[in-house]
Structures are given as C-alpha cells and as structure tokens.
Ligand binder design. Structure first.
Ligand SMILES: *Cc1c(COP(=O)(O)O)cnc(C)c1O
Length: 503
C-alpha cells in the first residue's frame, strides 16, 4: 500500500509542510522548460497508482516548473490576473481541507452559508454598497459567470415588466421558457444595450438564448465607450421590446468607464425605470474604483459614482481582490427575481429546514448546487487587510500604471492609447490600472508585444486598437510597488527600442 496521509491532521500537515516551487526568476519559464514539463505529463492511466508521495513529487518537480508566474510575480501584467495574498492563499487551502459544501443553508449544522453572507456583506461595504439593499449576493466562478447571472436576472425582470405593463399575471422565463414568456408578455425582442462590452457579456447573451446578436452597441461614434443617450432612449422606446442596459465599468482594453458621473447614471436609471429595463454593471475590476478617496483619483471616483443605481453588479475576486482563481461575485437588488430564475424545484432533500434567519440557500439563488466555499479567501482578505489595506493596494497599482503611462507619453518611441488631445496631467488623472499603447514605428509595433515578452522580465498582453496591433499593461497584483517595478519596466521598454534600432 502507498503511504497516504490517513487522518485529517496528517493531511493538514502534509499541505502546510509543502515547499512550493519559488516563482520563476523571470516571469515566464523558458519555452524549453515548458516543453519538458509537458513531456512529463501522464498519458496513460496507471492501474495501481503511484501513491501520494510520488504524485506530490511529480507535481512539484516535473510539472510546476512549467507554470508561468502569473500570480506569483508582480511583473506579470498580462490580462488582469490579480494574484493571491498570503491570507487568501492559506484560506483557500483551508477551504480544500475542510471541504464544506456551500450549497444549502443549514443553520443548525454549518456556518458555511453564514461565511458567504458575511464575506459578501463586508465586500459590499468595501465597495460602498449598502448590504441590505443588495440582498441577492453570492460568489461565482468569475466575472463571466456573474455576467450570465446578471443577464439571466435582467431577462426575467425585463420580460415580466413588459407583461406587468399589460397587467398580465406572472410571466416568468424561469417557469415558462423564453419563447412562451415573451409571447405572453407581448414582446418580440429582447435587446442588450451597451458600449464596448466585454466578450463574456456577449457570450452570456448566447448562453441564455438571447443571442449574441441581441447585444447592441449604443456608443457615441467619436467616443465609443460612452453612451449615446439619445440613441439609447430611442431603442428603449421601441414597441414590443424588452431591454437590459449593460454598463461597462471599466472596459478591459483601455480601462475606460462607460459613465462619467452620478448625473449620467441617474439619467440612465430614469430611462430604465420609464421603459422597464434592467441595469447591469460589468465592474469586473472597475467596481473597485469605489474604494478610492484621494483627490489624485477624483476622476476615477466620479466614473464610479452612481454605479450603485444599477439592478445588478458583476465583480471579480481573482482580479483586484487578489484571491486565488475561481472567484467572482454577483450583487443584485432583487431577491425575488433570483428565486424566479434559480429556484431548485421540488427538491425536498435540499431544503433548509427550520431557518429562523433571512439567509437563503445559494443553490436557490445561483447557478450551482454543490459549490466550493469560495467565500473564505475573500473573508480572510477583508479581515486581514481591511478597507485601508485594499485602498493602499489599489493606490500602488494606480501609481505604477500612471508611472508607465507618463513614461510612454514622454517617450519619442511610444504612443499612449487612446490618442488624446488633452493635457498630460488630464490624461494621467484618468488612468486606472490599464495602460494601452503602441510603438510609433509600424515595424516595431507589429513585434513589440512579443519582443517585450521574449525578455521574460515582464509580461504584457497583445491586443488591437483602431485596426492596428497594440500592447497592454494590466496592473493588478497585490505585490505591486512602483518604486521597485517601474525602473524594470522602463528598462525593458528602452532595451526593446534599442535592439530594434540596431536591426
Ligand atoms: C475579466 C473580465 C471579465 C471576465 O472575467 P472572468 O473572471 O475571466 O470570467 C468580464 N468582464 C470584464 C470587464 C473583465 O475585465
């Protein structure tokens, strides 16, 4: 027999005694190491197994060198990857060891669901959202899943609002299905009105049977991330049409916010109320702008003002909250809608029993039944670092982003995007945690992302802007330190330019 840990405490000490592979010295392992690690993957199922010790050795020594430094290195600026703080990383291991199922609220048996309620309440407070006004709060697998929840709730609401206007009885998509619900509500079309949506919002529309084609861009021709409010009103007014308004706060390529302040959100809220539309905010990482208080961040604070007027909000845990992957969150003001959409019908074995509190079972207000206690790493972080800790973390990330942006504005070789005719100071005040740019030399621009990555000191993502290649920094790791990291970034960028000029 293999010597597996056979008691709970042996397992716990085996995990806490693990010595992990340190982060690669550079942000990426070499291609060679990745290839080697891939070559060591098991391809045939063994009949007897190799046992605990050999398996752990195999993972640590053979496979782990092939992982990138995405969350372990502060110099990984690809995508918006976040990281994992010490408190969250340990809490996540505890989640695994305790293996609680946060599906059903069982107040006499476990506090798992209370942990989730507490964590989402603390999180709401962090984001300056009054918890009691957001009674439908839960953790998801990420912002994509939260966007699915947001559009599902919006679909339920908008269609039943349309039918309410015709004084029909309950008209639930969850109950009747979308075709029948729309027929009896007397509508032919359900549209999602948005600007520069994240791909996952369009994906969610596809999953939910609304169709990717139902997503309509109502951006201004010259400033694509901002709503054309006249056009928005026009589309909302269409007869026999139900609508969801999706606010991108902020957009993943540029970090720009769809709304500029409280008044604009109030106007959108008024339109939504007039036409029975649902407002969903995709705030995967942008919603954290609500933590900020300093005058240096007044632009971002104003872009985030009024986002609390939405019906539902998507946020990501594994980005700026810096908890391990597999964590997003979803807040909605409408618990009744949640039940219409997600209720487990006729499952007496999943019932809560004699709960005297107001908590509901996550399985009746979210996608999954059985689910990981994703709440614990978030709870740990909010307890460990508090509002000030998170604010300081975000301030460091913005400081570095603005440092990068300033370097690019001043550089003769690069151009900060989107192009702007505003002053340098005005541009920098609008920079959040995303920095989009290109090289002025067209030839270098085609290769700039791959040349930066080839040095393996920092990692950036390639994207496109105005039909041309562009490059993007996303600063989201808890370890970010502008004094330490900015010189490294400047050096890499100037070396890339020097090397190009020599070719
Ligand atoms: C990252 C992101 C998503 C998708 O998030 P996942 O966590 O990868 O599912 C959705 N919307 C925005 C604005 C994002 O930045």
């Amino acid at each position: 027999m293999h010597s597996d840990p056979d008691t709970f405490s042996q397992l716990a000490s085996a995990i806490s005694g693990l010595h992990l592979q340190p982060p690669p010295e550079n942000v990426l392992p070499s291609e060679n190491i990745v290839t080697q690690a891939r070559g060591k993957l098991q391809t045939t199922l063994s009949s007897s197994g190799v046992g605990f010790e050999e398996t752990i050795r195999h993972i640590r020594e053979d496979l782990a060198p092939g992982f990138n430094g995405s969350s372990r290195s502060p110099n990984y600026y690809g995508f918006v990857t976040g990281g994992s703080t010490p408190a969250a990383a340990l809490a996540d291991n505890l989640v695994t060891i305790y293996d609680q199922n946060a599906a059903v609220h069982l107040p006499q048996e476990s506090i798992a669901t209370n942990v989730e309620d507490s964590a989402t309440s603390l999180l709401a407070q962090l984001l300056k959202l009054e918890p009691s006004q957001w009674p439908h709060r839960l953790f998801t697998t990420g912002a994509t899943a939260s966007n699915v929840l947001g559009l599902a709730c919006g679909r339920e609401y908008a269609i039943s609002e349309a039918s309410a206007h015709r004084s029909d009885p309950v008209c639930s998509v969850g109950e009747l299905g979308i075709v029948e619900a729309m027929r009896s509500a007397g509508i032919d079309k359900l549209q999602i009105l948005t600007t520069v949506p994240h791909s996952s919002l369009v994906k969610a529309a596809g999953i939910l049977g609304l169709g990717r084609a139902s997503v309509v861009d109502v951006g201004l021709p010259t400033v694509s991330h901002k709503f054309d409010l006249a056009r928005l009103k026009n589309l909302l007014e269409q007869p026999r049409t139900a609508s969801i308004i999706a606010v991108s706060a902020s957009e993943v390529n540029t970090g720009l916010f769809a709304t500029s302040g409280l008044e604009e959100m109030q106007e959108i809220r008024k339109l939504a109320d007039t036409y029975g539309a649902w407002i969903h905010v995709d705030g995967a990482f942008g919603i954290f702008g609500r933590i900020l208080t300093s005058p240096a961040h007044s632009d971002i604070i104003s872009f985030c003002a009024g986002l609390d007027l939405a019906d539902s909000i998507t946020g990501d845990g594994h980005k700026l909250l810096n908890v391990p992957y597999d964590c997003g969150f979803f807040f909605s003001r409408h618990r009744d809608i949640a039940k219409c959409v997600f209720q487990n019908p006729n499952a007496p074995y999943l019932s809560t029993g004699a709960a005297t509190d107001l908590l509901v079972s996550p399985s009746n207000v979210g996608l999954e039944n059985s689910r990981r206690l994703r709440a614990l790493p978030v709870y740990a972080n909010l307890t460990a670092y508090g509002a000030d800790g998170y604010r300081a973390m975000l301030e460091r990330q913005i400081e570095l982003s603005r440092g990068i942006a300033e370097y690019l504005i001043d550089s003769p070789d690069f151009e900060l995007l989107p192009e702007s005719d505003r002053s340098k100071e005005e541009v920098l005040n609008g920079v959040y945690i995303i920095v989009l740019f290109r090289a002025k030399d067209e030839g270098l621009n085609k290769e700039v992302t791959s040349r930066i990555k080839a040095g393996r000191k920092i990692y950036v993502s390639g994207t496109a802007w105005d039909g041309k290649p562009a490059c993007r920094f996303a600063v989201s790791n808890w370890m970010t330190d502008a004094q330490r990291d900015l010189p490294i970034i400047k050096q890499v960028l100037s070396e890339v330019v020097e090397a190009w000029k020599k070719t």
